[in-house]
Design a protein around this ligand. Structure first.
Ligand SMILES: *Cc1c(COP(=O)(O)O)cnc(C)c1O
Length: 366
């Protein structure tokens, strides 16, 4: 049996007719950028999330970059970021010239709220949290520290569309939430797309101006903006997918629950779930001390896996100028050596899941 790490096709085929109809509608309309489809998607996304404003942009990274820009973050400022994250989270900070201050994760792989306070200096202008792998961060504790120091929180929800912390959706805790709709995300478009969500009208207006060359009124430019718009075709497709998102997330939960229940190998550590949260299982990440061996073993049985992520941002060549060394963030570094992501995608069959489980359980660690 061959099991890919991910396959977007079966998830697409499930709603194929609706997607085709949406694309056709946009093509036939003759209007392709900044139109009705985007504004209705923004409205529907705000309603779904429970916020006042959504502003569509071109990608998750643009959402992060423009979120920090709208907060006035600039050269010399510091932003607290999780050490255990995808590099794009950090790029949004450094794109504005600010310095990322890395904070280690807890056993749930998300930023450790107990290590936040010591990372705060008089230069700290924001705290970025990432709900990694689909699991919400410990928001009560994070908001308590942020409120104590009056520092805005930005939520990177690129992996957490619909994830809930104590009855409240991720993306509704901080000042700004940033979403990616990259095709592989839980709410994925058919190309690049992203959005910011906020209850702050000033922030929403700023991002709306930045995304369109810095202009509010055509050809009258207030600020030096960028070109970062979510196009009409993607917006129309995202409306279809948003209407099925609960079902899509439920299907990922089916896979995760089967893995949690079925994998019983003492040398494999399963993901832990913070009490009071529900994950949307963007990724199912296990750990083992012999990661390379396990990955090769699975590969030899036709099971394809990935590592999210093999190099933590602070050790990335891209950030060599930050002068971090191996050993600076030992929890993150250890994780990056042990983690491995199992196949998880919409409409993967129960037989395929059972096969992965049985191969994992038969793994002899030596
Ligand atoms: C995917 C991702 C991003 C970047 O989103 P793009 O749309 O690919 O630019 C940012 N942060 C996290 C945590 C992500 O997973």
């Amino acid at each position: 049996m061959q099991i890919p790490f991910n396959s977007l096709k079966p998830g697409y085929e499930r709603y194929r007719e609706e997607y085709i109809a949406a694309v056709t509608r946009v093509m036939d309309s003759g209007w392709y950028i900044l139109g009705e489809e985007l504004s209705s998607f923004e409205q529907e996304f705000s309603t779904w999330l429970g916020v006042d404003f959504t502003v569509g942009v071109n990608s998750g990274l643009d959402a992060l970059t423009l979120a920090f820009r709208a907060l006035g973050i600039k050269y010399g400022d510091e932003v607290i970021v999780p050490a255990n994250t995808y590099i794009a989270s950090v790029l949004g900070v450094t794109e504005n010239g600010a310095v990322p201050v890395f904070v280690e994760p807890t056993q749930y792989y998300n930023i450790d709220p107990d290590k936040l306070e010591i990372a705060i200096t008089n230069k700290t202008k924001a705290i970025l949290v990432v709900h990694l792998y689909g699991q919400p961060c410990d928001m009560d504790k994070i908001m308590e520290v942020a409120n104590k120091y009056n520092i805005p929180v930005v939520e990177d929800c690129a992996q957490s569309h619909g994830a809930v912390y104590k009855g409240q959706k991720t993306g509704t805790f901080g000042k700004i939430a940033c979403f990616s709709f990259f095709p592989t995300k839980n709410l994925g478009a058919f190309g690049d797309a992203g959005a910011i969500a906020t209850n702050d009208k000033t922030i929403a207006d700023k991002v709306r101006i930045y995304r369109n060359y810095g202009s509010e009124k055509k050809y009258y430019n207030k600020v030096q903006g960028v070109n970062s718009r979510l196009d009409e075709v993607q917006a129309a497709l995202l409306k279809v997918k948003l209407s099925h998102l609960d079902e899509i997330n439920k299907d990922r939960l089916r896979v995760a629950e089967a893995y949690l229940k079925g994998i019983k190998n003492p040398k494999i550590y399963l993901p832990k779930i913070l009490p009071g949260v529900s994950s949307v299982w963007h990724l199912f990440v296990i750990r083992t001390l012999k990661r390379e061996e396990l990955q090769l073993y699975l590969e030899s049985h036709g099971i394809h896996t990935q590592i999210h992520y093999p190099v933590p941002p602070h050790l990335s060549e891209a950030y060599s100028s930050l002068n971090h060394n191996y050993g600076d963030l030992p929890v993150t570094e250890k994780l990056s050596n042990e983690i491995i992501s199992l196949p998880l995608y919409n409409c993967i069959s129960n037989d395929e899941i059972s096969y992965v489980i049985s191969i994992l359980n038969a793994w002899e660690y030596r």
